[in-house]
Design a protein around this ligand. Structure first.
Ligand SMILES: *Cc1c(COP(=O)(O)O)cnc(C)c1O
Length: 363
């Protein structure tokens, strides 16, 4: 019988969202579990994807030339040092494969994005976490936990599943506090939602040993098309190229992504609307006595009194056809993460939580 590598056999399966719920024709099941956009992608992106299908028989451009040029122009980054992935998950995976291996350690914060752990373990590296303070990344704690086998430090900013943000200045302090032989990955999957609050961080890449990642999956509403990108120091970009699938992004996905990036007005509208809906929802949660951390993303983390209150609320929501994401896998069994969906979905979710909390005073 064949056996997998020992470090793979020791891994748990990647925890996908449990999407089971009870719906009916009048109240179809609504998924608020995967941080997908509540809005369709830009109409220009859909049109570009359709038009690109004439190129379906051809392999895609391995340099993503038009997409990279659009990213370079829009985000004011260097096209040469920008690489695109089949989602930013592919880029995280390649970074781990290039810079960590058995005996090495990867560090993230307590509630860091789950895929950091998966990608680290897949290359046989150890995975360490540093405590967060009030569900926010703490640079001091991260620097305390770094040790001589730490090769990579990963920070999602804003964080998933917390939604909280640390300042650019704090990221600079983190980079300054790390030795030059440690790679810092700054994952800004939700960066478009916080761009108005904090100065961008792409220039930190020039300090070396630092990578900034973004994605089309969240603010641009293209999660199903699988396009992520990042800015890399040129030496790092060269190494990543060796292991990156050279045909990673389909012609339709690349065309959709390019058109979406060039339609900044649409993306901004989505961010503004989503944030307004999010802040209203969080405010209503606070009126119910719940204490969501301040989110800078398209989701809200909802802490309940304890794990059993959370299980009851989740069951009540699912009976009403609403699926949120349980956070036990993140060490937060008392929390649900609610993606911001349509106005109607958020009203339904709130109605259900309000009814549930009346029945469970003190939860
Ligand atoms: C959603 C998400 C990603 C992104 O994934 P894609 O592979 O680009 O879809 C990366 N990092 C974080 C923190 C996320 O929440």
């Amino acid at each position: 019988m064949i056996t997998p590598n020992a470090h793979i056999a020791a891994m748990a399966s990647y925890a996908l969202a449990d999407l089971s719920a009870t719906g009916d024709d009048a109240r179809p099941i609504v998924s608020l579990a995967q941080n997908e956009s509540a809005f369709p992608a830009s109409p220009l992106a859909l049109e570009a994807a359709r038009a690109a299908l004439v190129d379906a028989p051809l392999y895609p451009d391995p340099d993503w030339t038009e997409l990279r040029n659009a990213l370079a122009k829009t985000y004011d980054v260097d096209a040469q040092n920008t690489l695109c992935g089949a989602g930013s998950m592919e880029l995280i995976d390649c970074l781990m494969r290039c810079y960590a291996g058995p005996g090495d350690h990867v560090l993230s914060s307590e509630f860091g994005y789950a895929f950091f752990r998966t990608a680290a373990q897949a290359v046989g590296a150890g995975y360490d976490t540093a405590p967060e303070l009030e569900m926010t990344v703490s640079v001091d704690r991260l620097l305390e936990v770094v040790h001589d086998r730490t090769r990579i430090v990963c920070v999602a900013n804003p964080g998933n599943p917390t939604g909280t943000l640390i300042s650019r200045q704090e990221l600079v302090r983190l980079r300054d506090g790390l030795a030059d032989d440690i790679l810092l990955i700054i994952d800004e999957a939700y960066g478009e939602f916080s761009d108005a609050l904090e100065e961008r961080t792409f220039d930190l890449v020039a300090r070396g040993n630092t990578v900034v990642l973004r994605t089309l999956s969240k603010a641009y509403g293209l999660a199903g098309m699988r396009v992520g990108w990042g800015v890399f120091p040129s030496d790092t970009a060269g190494e990543i190229r060796k292991v990156l699938n050279p045909n990673n992004i389909s012609v339709a996905s690349a065309a959709a992504a390019r058109a979406a990036v060039l339609d900044q007005d649409y993306m901004r509208m989505v961010c503004v609307e989503t944030a307004a809906r999010r802040d209203r929802f969080a405010e209503q949660l606070r009126i119910l006595g719940l204490t969501p951390p301040e989110s800078h993303t398209n989701f809200v983390l909802i802490p309940f009194a304890d794990a059993s209150a959370c299980v009851c609320a989740d069951a009540a929501l699912r009976t009403a056809g609403i699926v949120m994401r349980g956070m036990a896998g993140y060490g937060l069994p008392q929390c649900l993460r609610a993606t911001i969906g349509t106005e109607e979905a958020m009203e339904r979710a709130m109605e259900c939580l309000a009814q549930w909390s009346e029945k469970e005073p003190g939860s």
